[in-house]
Design a protein around this ligand. Structure first.
Ligand SMILES: Cc1ncc(COP(=O)(O)O)c(C=O)c1O
Length: 501
């Protein structure tokens, strides 16, 4: 399988040219120990610089162009760009390409922080939609086609729709239907496909954004496939997006010294997928199914599967290689369970108060070793099962949950996040002067930070929205329940940063 960029790097190294150029460590000669030994001479020699033989990411005409074209062919896009600042960079580029300053874009309220960054850079106006909250497992579902229709009914001037699909937990939206709705309104569909660079390579996975008709998709090749951390791809398809403008934006936000190890790893990961994508995905599915079936044997442990969520909460299909367990019935928090697993030398992808997420890929599948790993995971978890774990040793989560249940008002408040009003653009807030105030005195001010509680994990307020008495009260009730806060500089929420108008 052709790897145009990797092959050009190899050819360059074989020539053994003396480097009177960057990088300053000169093929590892000057790299400090112990990193020098840790990386090894081969990796350090591969850390090559911009050479005419190695093309130019800002005006590709040689091996980078060929590598990007191979990737576009594989994913069925019209153009593909290597993104060496991860999917964060690719998302910034999607928003900056598809939108002009002031343009409206539909955004799920729980979008990744890179989306907020992209909105600031693009000076775009978000129209937020709340994905459904799945009460039983404390997770959010997906944006529904109906919500998208409704948003267009209220904002006929929406220029784009952004989806996060699949989400971290493998839940995919009805991307095809939403693409049709967006296009019927002459708007572009941008997909944060950070968790889906492997979609489209096996029928058991949800279809990919490109297959569903999206105009752009940002994919974390490094999260699920064989690329090095930080290496992502941006796919563009169709006539709604100006390809030259996309190239200009990518060039604007990309370093003039892109790391060839990162770019080479994207070329290699693409070649691997092109050569044996289906069998890689079969390996991933085998590994995930084995882990799921062993976890499912543990009484009271909920292994979140398609039967729980697909066809509901806006979820059209699920990638089962995201293996999430819900520990609610074990009265232990996801955080505590992950700590226990880590003590047993197992590190997981993500935790929240109720759930632990195991990320499984094709690389896990080696029948004997994987079976051993699965056994270790189950042995470690079994120690946390209620029978082996007296109530007093368990987390306060269940107790808090009981309290929450007992307080009708608190529960009502938890489910109904207060309605917010946007008073300033994200960009105005970002560049504006800020001050810190006690939260209890902030009513009427424009908030300068995002505040979320877990669950539900959906921000109760975002930068640019006005703080109200209702929001302050909601925060106080959530705080009293002891739910973890994320977003603000002061996570105790005694104070909040607001715009100093
Ligand atoms: C949904 C989502 N989008 C975007 C990103 C950003 O990706 P990257 O880390 O490649 O910049 C992440 C990272 O976790 C993510 O979960």
């Amino acid at each position: 399988m052709k790897q145009p960029l990797v092959e050009a790097m190899e050819r360059y190294l074989q020539e053994q040219v003396y480097p009177l150029h960057t990088p300053g460590h000169k093929g590892g000669r000057g790299m400090a120990e112990p990193l020098r030994s840790l990386l090894g001479p081969a990796a350090l020699r591969m850390d090559v610089s911009l050479m005419s033989e190695l093309d130019d990411i800002h005006a590709p005409s040689g091996c980078i162009k060929a590598a990007q074209e191979e990737a576009a062919r594989l994913y069925g896009s019209d153009a593909c760009f290597m993104a060496v600042n991860g999917t964060t960079g690719a998302i910034h580029a999607m928003l900056m390409t598809a939108l002009r300053p002031g343009d409206k874009v539909l955004i799920p309220r729980n979008a990744h922080r890179s989306v907020m960054g992209g909105l600031i850079l693009a000076d775009a106006t978000p129209v937020y939609v709340q994905p459904a909250f799945i009460k039983e497992i404390g997770l959010q579902g997906q944006v529904t086609p109906e919500q998208v229709e409704e948003a267009f009914a209220q904002h006929s001037d929406l220029k784009a729709v952004l989806l996060t699909s699949p989400n971290y937990f493998g839940m995919a939206a009805d991307v095809k239907k939403i693409a049709e709705i967006a296009h019927a309104h002459d708007a572009a569909l941008l997909v944060d496909e950070a968790h889906g660079p492997h979609l489209g390579f096996h029928k058991s996975f949800p279809p990919s954004a490109m297959q569903c008709g999206a105009d752009m998709a940002a994919q974390s090749t490094h999260k699920i496939l064989g690329a090095l951390t930080q290496s992502s791809l941006l796919q563009v398809k169709g006539t709604r997006i100006d390809l030259q403008h996309a190239a200009d934006v990518m060039s604007l936000i990309t370093t003039t010294s892109p790391n060839y190890l990162l770019m080479g790893s994207l070329d290699a990961a693409r070649a691997q997928l092109a050569e044996r994508g289906t069998s890689m995905m079969e390996d991933a599915l085998r590994a995930a199914r084995l882990l799921r079936s062993e976890l499912e044997k543990m009484q009271g442990l909920k292994v979140i599967g398609p039967e729980d969520i697909v066809g509901k909460y806006g979820i059209a299909s699920m990638d089962i290689t995201k293996v999430a367990i819900n520990l609610r019935d074990w009265s232990i928090s996801g955080v505590k369970a992950a700590e226990a697993l880590r003590r047993d030398k197992i590190a997981v992808e993500l935790v929240d108060p109720q759930n632990v997420l195991f990320l499984v890929t094709y690389a896990d599948w080696a029948p004997v070793q994987w079976q051993e790993t699965v056994t270790r995971i189950c042995r470690s978890l079994r120690k946390l099962a209620p029978a082996n774990n007296p109530l007093e040793a368990r987390s306060a989560w269940k107790v808090r949950e009981e309290e929450l249940k007992n307080s009708e008002k608190a529960e009502a408040l938890q489910m109904e996040i207060p309605v917010t009003e946007t008073a300033a653009s994200l960009r105005t807030v970002f560049y504006g002067k800020k001050k810190t105030l006690p939260l209890t005195e902030a009513a009427g001010c424009i908030c300068a930070e995002a505040i979320s509680f877990y669950p539900p994990g959906i921000p109760v307020i975002l930068p640019g929205e006005r703080v109200t008495e209702e929001i302050i009260h909601w925060c106080a009730v959530m705080k009293k329940q002891g739910l973890p806060v994320s977003g603000p500089a002061d996570v105790t929420l005694r104070t909040v940063r607001v715009l100093d108008e």
